[in-house]
Design a protein around this ligand. Sequence first.
Ligand code: ATP
Length: 240
Amino acid sequence: MNEAPAALSVRNLSVHYGGVYAVRDISFDVAAGEAVGVIGANGAGKTSTLKALLGLVPRTVGGLRFGDTDLAKVKAHDMVRHGIGYVPEGRHVFVGLSVEKNLLLGAYCRPWNKATRSRLDEAYDLFPMLRDMRGRLAGALSGGQQQMLAIGRALMSRPRLLLLDEPSMGLSPKLVEDILAVLQRLHREGLSTVLVEQNAKLTFEAASQCLVVENGAVALSGTSQELQHDPRVRKIYLGL
Ligand code: ATP
């Protein structure tokens, strides 16, 4: 996909639940600092792809490397220590804990020191409204605010690669714009990202390269610029 050395390299990734394939032989690279989008209709296999990268679902994979690390050998709970951050679909914030405690939990594998403290400040700089709400229960936040909190929490571990699962789901157009601005800022700061979305418009703006998945397989791939004008994308989405 790109001439730069791959930060993440995925080869022949498959997931099957019982006898049914949800993901079949997906391969892609994410170069250092690159944003790659994975789009597709409901049930296409996007979430399963992300969960399979993290080892959260049974998978087979021909190769899975992140820099010098063989991620195929890393347990799901250790992914964060290898620089992989995850923003799950549906946010999964701890509703009974304060905003600040949710953020701090994102840094649980790091010592409480000046660097972690400055990470908290960076999260508040990225999402100023979280600073204003730092003492409030996460369960009292709106869906959009919880999404910001989920992203902020994932950033607390200082990931080098961030995996995001449908961050725009259920959000107003204005909040989708806010999420896009945050993703573009993180990209400018050099973070590598994999963005899984049903919202193709957002993804084409946030990512430089995209995969279009259909029935668990890559139906199309290319630059966002190419794909946003490709009539086959609409066909795959709408089944026309
Ligand atoms: P959505 O946009 O709805 O999240 P998706 O593209 O993320 O969809 P997946 O959630 O990965 O798709 O699902 C891919 C296929 O695998 C679907 O047919 C789904 O019903 C099936 N599937 C997902 N999780 C499981 C599971 N735990 N057990 C059995 N089948 C599953």
